[in-house]
Design a protein around this ligand. Structure first.
Ligand code: EPU
Length: 455
């Protein structure tokens, strides 16, 4: 058996350009060590923040994922010079040549990403105009941008919609605002932060998201010269300043990826050391992991995950931080198919994030999705009538199937379901996973997965 603690990950040159279709022979435990780098959901935002500085910024531990490539090329389209930094995985971002871009250019580089929307505040400060083409991202619900637009209007921006996309201008500059979000949206909170730091006057943001990645973005902005404080009850105060400088920052680790590998250990009855994972940001996940029959051991350089005993059913509802993240439920559900009894997972953050379970049913899982939830919709999130609940009854042996990756987290869950299942599976569209999982195939190799790249 491979040593689980202290080994460096054995990775050859990245093979992430290959592998849209995998043939996976499952039924063997994933065992070994993987490293997680900086969080996708911080790195991409910190890269945008570099636009606000008068000098170059350096971002460290940037994951080599396609969402980062998208933001890199969007920054380059806007005249930012992006170079590899002084250490592996670091980027140097110099915004001194920033210029406006056209809808078509932005559209061509945005790919499936929703990141262009976060360029608004910095571009308005820098150039007085921001353009947003149609936005992509994972297909996990409507993913509207009304909170973003309302916040920008509160800062004094003017929003014009056209057939090409949305054009936002600030004819009289941007001023501090008093904003209460209808829901603690991660993206809208980032939008407010990236806009308020250089707006005239003070911004008070209520009902803000307080995810660790948001706190890390606040740390980035503070390094740049911003004045940001937070108070109890999701209140963030931002005092606008005239100038910001570049930053030097190491990204917070990717707790979504760490939770994904933890669930892979649970689902395949494996033993995985996740280098770079930290306990503090994963407390809620670790509680559920333990209740589901998982065992973990926290080390200075990571966390080791495996089963403790037979898997047990759990009741989980996804929520904003400090709740159980919506990005953690998909791989957990795969593990819960092997638990003795009935588990319930309520998805309350997105309205359509349990559709991926259909393929798990095809693989032998007993999962029933209740599109309206299990109780009165009034009991749950008041802002919308719809929420979904998945009832998972186990244990059910999983068998191989031919499945197509629908989105990032749902797709990862197919991968570990295929690795846990008896027989061979074909997993298509694996390229989507490169949006958020760095060196995925190398990590599968390090864990002893049995698969071939067939297309
Ligand atoms: N919402 C609105 N209006 C808005 C913005 C959001 O109604 O203007 C709703 C959304 O439809 C959703 C809820 O608010 O139902 C929460 O959305 P939020 O804005 O918090 O999500 P996001 O910023 O678009 C980020 C992550 C997601 C992660 C969520 C929740 C990035 C790039 N994406 O999305 O990550 O699930 O926060 O934590 O940071 C992923 O990594 O796979 C992923 C989807």
């Amino acid at each position: 058996m491979k040593s689980l603690v202290g080994d460096a990950e054995t990775t050859a040159a990245p093979r992430e350009t290959a592998g849209e279709v995998l043939a996976i022979r499952g039924g063997r435990p994933l065992t070994g060590r993987v490293e997680v780098k900086g969080a996708k959901n911080l790195a991409t935002k910190a890269m945008v923040a570099a636009l606000l500085g008068e000098t170059a910024s350096v971002l460290r531990d940037v994951p080599d994922i396609s969402d980062v490539q998208v933001v890199r090329s969007l920054l380059e389209v806007h005249g930012v010079t992006v170079r590899d930094g002084d250490e592996v995985g670091s980027l140097r971002l110099d915004p001194s040549g920033a210029v406006s871009a056209h809808f078509e250019e932005i559209d061509a580089h945005a790919g499936a990403s929703r990141i262009p929307i976060l360029f608004c505040g910095p571009l308005l400060h820098l150039l007085g105009e921001a353009l947003i083409p149609d936005l992509g991202g994972c297909r996990i619900g409507d993913r509207p941008i009304n909170f973003h637009m309302d916040a920008l209007r509160a800062f004094g921006a003017v929003v014009d919609k056209s057939y090409e996309g949305i054009r936002i201008t600030a004819p009289n500059g941007l001023h501090g605002a008093d904003i209460e979000l209808p829901y603690p949206s991660v993206g809208a909170t980032e939008q407010v932060l990236l806009t308020a730091v250089r707006a005239r006057g003070v911004t008070e943001l209520r009902n803000a998201a307080i995810e660790p990645e948001i706190m890390d973005l606040i740390a980035v902005l503070q390094k740049m010269g911003a004045i940001i404080s937070y108070e109890p009850n999701r209140v963030i105060l931002i005092e606008g300043v005239e100038k910001l400088r570049g930053y030097d920052h190491r990204c917070i680790f990717d707790r979504n990826e760490a939770a994904s590998w933890a669930c892979a250990a649970l689902a395949t009855d494996g033993d995985i050391f996740v280098g770079g994972a930290r306990q503090q940001e994963m407390l809620t996940f670790l509680n559920v992991f333990r209740k589901a029959g998982g065992w973990f051991d926290v080390h200075e350089d990571g966390i080791r995950f495996r089963r403790d005993e037979a898997l047990k059913p759990v009741m989980v509802e996804t929520d904003v931080h400090p709740g159980f993240m919506t990005d953690w439920q998909q791989p957990l559900i795969v593990a819960l198919t092997q638990a003795e009894g009935t588990s319930v997972v309520h998805e309350t953050v997105y309205e359509n994030r349990l559709g991926f379970t259909e393929a798990l049913v095809q693989m032998g899982a007993d999962i029933v999705v209740h599109p309206q939830g299990l109780a009165s919709p009034d009991r749950r999130v008041p802002r919308r009538a719809l929420e979904q609940a998945a009832v998972i009854t186990g244990p059910t042996p999983l068998h191989g199937a031919d499945v197509v990756v629908p989105d990032l987290r749902g797709g990862y869950s197919y991968l570990i379901a295929a690795l846990a299942a008896e027989g061979e599976s074909t997993v298509r569209n694996v390229g989507i996973l490169r949006r958020g999982y760095e060196k995925l195939l190398d990590k599968l190799d390090a864990l002893g997965a049995d698969y071939d790249v067939i297309g």
